[in-house]
Design a protein around this ligand. Structure first.
Ligand code: AMP
Length: 437
C-alpha cells in the first residue's frame, strides 16, 4: 500500500517524501480514503500508530481543495481539539510539516500561556486551529474566535478529554460549530461514553481500528517486578543502572512523587527531569526538548502531562506506580516499541497494587510475566487470586482523590514471612534483560 493509492494530492505526497515516510500505517490506510470523501470517522488508535497523519492529511487536502482565492481574511475551517497543550503543540507541528507545500495557515491555542499572542494570531486569520477545550472556550467567551465556518472537526484522544472532565466543554464547542461538517473522533479506547458521544455528534461514521481493541502494541515486552513499596526507589535505580544511557520514561502517579524521584535520580548522578501539571509551560517544554535531544535521559511524568508525548522509538517505559485506571497502562506504553522496534514496559509493583495489576491483566487479556530481582524480593507477596474488583476497569471510575504518595512510612522489609508468595510463573529471581538489548 502506498500513500499515492490512498488518493493524496501531490503537495502532500511531496511533504511525506521529505519526511521519509514511505508507507502508510494501518490506521492511515484505513482512515484516509474515507476521510478524503468527507465521511465521519470513529477511529480507535493510540499514540504511536500514526493517528495524527491519519486525520491531518485528509483534513489538509480537503481544506486546500476549497480554499477560495485566499485574498480575504482566513477563517477557521479545520478545528482539532486535544486534551493537553503538549499534544496540541505536537499536532500543530505535524500539520505544519504535512502542509508545508499547501499554503494553509495553522495555529494553537492552549492554557498556561498569555491570551494576547493567541488573540493576535487569530485576528490575523488561520485556516486550521489546534486547541485544548478550556482555552478554546475562553476565546469563544471573549469573542476573539469565531467557529461558524468550521468544516472539519477532529476530537483527538477523545477518551482522555472525557477522563479530564472536558465533556461539558466539548459539548459547548460542538454547539458553536456548524451542523454540516465532517467530524473525526480518535480515541485509544471505546468506552461507553465515547460511543455515546459518537452517536450524538457523528453522522453515519465509518469505524476504523488501528489494532485489536484495547490491545497494547505487540512489540512491547511487558514485565512486572514485584517489590515492597519501601524498596521501589532503590529498585528503580537498580533497573536504570543496567543501562544509564537508555532513554526511559518513568511514570509516577503523583506530581509530588515525580519531583521526589527526580531529586533521587539526580543525586544518584542521572540526568533526569519531571513534567507534570504544576510545572510552568516553559519548564514542561524545556524538559521535553531536553529529553528529545538526549540531554535528559530519564523523564519522570504523570499520566496527564505525558499524554501525546511523541518520541520516536522510546526504548523503555517504567511504571514506578501502576496507574489507578487500567487503560492508562495502555496509554503509557503506547510510547514504546514503535515502528517494529522492541520496547520494554517495566512495572514495579507492590502488594498494595495487586488489584490494579489484576485490572491491567484483565484488560490486556493476558498475564504479564513476573520477575523477582535478587535483593528486591518482596516480603509482601502480590495478591493475584481472589475476586477482581467489581465492575470493569473504566476511566469514569477514576477515584476523585489520588492516594497519598507512596513510600512513607517505610515498612520493615527484613522480617517478612518465610513464604514469599512467589509469582505463579515460578520464575527464579532474574536480572532484568532490559539493558542488554
Ligand atoms: P502519532 O501516532 O500520530 O503520534 O505518530 C507517531 C509517530 O510516527 C510520529 O513521529 C510520526 O511522525 C510518525 N509517523 C506517522 N506516520 C508515519 C508513516 N507512515 N511512516 C513513518 N512514520 C510515521
Amino acid at each position: 500500500m502506498s500513500f499515492e493509492s490512498l488518493g493524496l494530492s501531490s503537495p502532500l505526497l511531496r511533504a511525506l517524501s521529505d519526511l521519509s515516510y514511505t508507507q502508510p500505517t494501518p490506521i492511515q490506510t484505513q482512515a484516509i480514503p474515507h476521510a478524503l470523501l468527507g465521511t465521519d470517522i470513529l477511529a480507535g488508535a493510540q499514540t504511536g500508530t500514526g493517528k495524527t497523519a491519519a486525520f491531518a492529511l485528509p483534513m489538509l487536502q480537503r481544506l486546500a481543495a476549497n480554499a477560495g482565492d485566499r485574498s480575504g481574511i482566513r477563517r477557521v475551517r479545520g478545528l482539532v481539539l486535544t486534551p493537553t497543550r503538549e499534544l496540541a503543540a505536537q499536532v500543530q507541528e505535524s500539520i505544519r510539516e504535512y502542509g508545508r507545500h499547501l499554503g494553509l495557515r495553522s495555529t494553537t491555542v492552549f492554557g498556561g500561556v498569555g491570551m494576547q499572542p493567541q488573540v493576535e494570531a487569530l485576528r490575523r486569520g488561520v485556516d486550521i486551529l489546534v486547541a485544548t477545550p478550556g482555552r478554546l472556550l475562553d476565546h469563544l467567551g471573549q469573542r476573539t474566535l469565531d467557529l461558524s465556518n468550521v468544516e472539519i472537526l477532529v476530537l483527538d484522544e477523545a477518551d482522555r478529554m472525557l477522563d479530564m472532565g472536558f465533556l461539558p466543554a466539548i459539548r459547548r464547542v460542538l454547539s458553536a460549530v456548524p451542523r454540516a461538517r465532517q467530524t473525526l473522533l480518535f480515541s485509544a479506547t471505546f468506552a461507553d461514553e465515547i460511543k455515546a458521544l459518537a452517536q450524538q455528534f457523528l453522522r453515519n461514521p465509518v469505524e476504523v481500528q488501528a489494532e485489536a481493541k484495547n490491545s497494547a502494541a505487540h512489540t512491547v515486552e511487558h514485565r512486572v517486578h514485584p517489590v515492597d513499596a519501601s524498596r521501589k526507589r532503590d529498585l528503580l535505580l537498580h533497573v536504570l543502572a543496567q543501562d544509564s544511557r537508555r532513554q526511559t520514561l518513568v511514570f509516577s502517579r503523583t506530581k509530588h512523587g515525580a519531583d521526589k524521584l527526580v531529586q533521587i535520580l539526580e543525586s544518584a548522578g542521572h540526568k533526569a527531569a519531571a513534567i507534570h501539571g504544576n510545572k510552568s509551560q516553559g519548564a514542561r517544554t524545556r524538559a521535553l526538548a531536553d529529553f528529545k535531544s538526549g540531554r535528559v535521559v530519564t523523564l519522570v511524568a504523570t499520566d496527564i502531562a505525558a499524554r501525546g508525548i511523541d518520541i520516536e522509538q522510546l526504548p523503555a517505559v517504567i511504571n514506578f506506580d501502576l496507574p489507578m485506571v487500567a487503560e492508562d497502562y495502555v496509554h503509557r506504553i503506547g510510547r514504546t516499541g514503535r515502528n517494529g522496534s522492541t520496547g520494554f514496559a517495566i512495572s514495579l509493583v507492590s502488594q498494595e497494587e495487586s488489584g490494579q495489576l489484576r485490572d491491567i491483566q484483565k484488560l490486556l487479556q493476558r498475564e504479564i510475566p513476573r520477575h523477582e530481582i535478587e535483593g528486591f524480593v518482596p516480603t509482601l507477596p502480590l495478591k493475584m487470586t481472589g475476586p477482581a474488583p467489581k465492575g470493569p476497569a473504566r476511566g469514569n471510575q477514576r477515584p476523585p482523590q489520588p492516594r497519598p504518595p507512596r513510600g512513607a512510612p517505610p515498612r520493615n522489609t527484613t522480617h517478612g514471612h518465610a513464604s514469599r508468595g512467589r509469582a505463579p510463573a515460578g520464575k527464579p529471581a532474574a536480572r532484568p534483560r532490559f539493558g542488554q538489548g
